[in-house]
Design a protein around this ligand. Sequence first.
Ligand code: IPM
Ligand code: MN
Length: 353
Amino acid sequence: AKSYRIAKIPGDGTGPEVVREAVKVLDAVAEKEGFKIEWVEYDLGGERYLRTGEILPAGVIDELRQMDAILLGAIGHPDVKPGVLERGLLLELRFQLDQYVNLRPVTLFPGVYTPVKDKGPEDIDFVVVRENTEGLYAGAGGILRKGTPHEVAVQESINTRMGVERCIRFAFEYCRKRNKKKKVTLCGKTNVLIYAFDLWERTFREVAREYPDIETDYAHVDAICMWMVKNPEWFDVIVTDNMFGDIITDLGAMIQGGMGIAAGGNINPNGVSMFEPIGGSAPKYTGKNVINPLAAICAGQMMLEHLGEEKAAQRVLEAVKRAVARDIKDLGAGKMGMTTQEVGDLVARYAVE
Ligand code: IPM
Ligand code: MN
């Protein structure tokens, strides 16, 4: 039988709890569909850092490169200074593995509450293609005259033709495959960020010419925030830079029912990709068995699709839809009317029926 080697990085906070349920569901569908998943666990994150001082030990990246995919729980620890783990681990993985797209679907499943007035599943169904290796995240800049009244902090946005083009091209390819509204919207800020988004806008127009079957649109990032709430049905694929993508996908998560169900994939089409719930480590819920594992399960679902296990992916998708439509009261932590483990058990059972 076919077998996959998947790295599992449970990470911090509620990460291990949600990854455990995702693994349960994936193992169940793998058995049902006749393939095997060999999980290789990596102890990375805040606990290890506090214990040993190690963030990303030498050799780990090379091992990860050999995997078929990576499933990540969450990175971030309340006792570690902000930025140490985020930059040193999560971003380091994305950058070193050259996962240049962060793919974040915004899908409202039937039966899930959305705070968006008068909109339903037929209206909220789009995907954000977030550039994942450049922009403000590149870490370019510095501080001058630190601690003086004349201190200057510079944080520069790096945008390369190669980086922007491959991200935009991915968005068009994905849009064609997705085969829904056949529309790609560039999200930028051409009226203010006149260098960065000049490059984005020109590249977008040039790449678009190769996709005459796909409609194009442009919106400023602030306006996109408004329209995601007012007219989410306008969107099919939104492509944007790293920082804007980070921000609008939290908004996207809220309109699709919250962090409890929002998943994403850090994609390197020519290398190893990493799938994660986008909600973070949620320290206050850690160990309480109340966190919603659906986001991690949906990340696993995206991973199956990425591996080409369409039938297994479909099973997980249908199982999640069934669970949210009938059994799970509310997607918020502690409000599900079920424990973390019970949600995992339920989805695993539905997925193999
Ligand atoms: C995300 C997170 C990360 C990001 C943080 C934890 C570095 O917010 O995946 O969206 O900003 O990319
Ligand atoms: Mn974020």
